[in-house]
Design a binder for this molecule. Structure first.
Ligand code: SF4
Ligand code: SF4
Length: 110
């Protein structure tokens, strides 16, 4: 089992999650984060830390559509362990529905 980052993280990227993960298994794209399912130890610590409530266990139906995306993009994006600068308009995007089409597959750049 693993935890999965889902749609509500898109353009939000508060990154509170990365600071608490004991095994540093978050990977960063331009406007989204994913969890590497092969590294996640299923501790659940990140789930309540996410202000956007975007993290669910893969057994939760809300995670289902995002399981493949997390696994695939974790292999393409750089690892992230420290909270960076969040987008200036993150609050504005926090609870917007239907953000899936806005997901950028570009990796995060410093
Ligand atoms: S805290 Fe939540 S919204 Fe922020 S980057 Fe992590 S998963 Fe995405
Ligand atoms: S469940 Fe634990 S190991 Fe998995 S991503 Fe969250 S904090 Fe990291």
């Amino acid at each position: 089992m693993a935890y999965v980052v889902t749609e509500n993280c898109i353009r939000c990227k508060f990154m509170d999650c990365v600071e608490v993960c004991p095994v540093d298994c978050f990977y960063a794209g331009e406007n989204f984060l994913v969890i590497n399912p092969d590294e996640c130890i299923d501790c659940g610590v990140c789930e309540p830390e996410c202000p956007a409530e975007a993290i669910f266990p893969d057994s939760d139906g809300r995670a289902e559509a995002w399981i493949e995306t997390n696994a695939r993009l974790a292999g393409l994006w750089p690892n992230i362990t420290r909270k960076g600068e969040q987008p200036a308009d993150a609050e504005e995007w926090r609870d917007k529905p239907d953000k899936a089409g806005l997901l950028s597959e570009e990796p995060h750049k410093d």
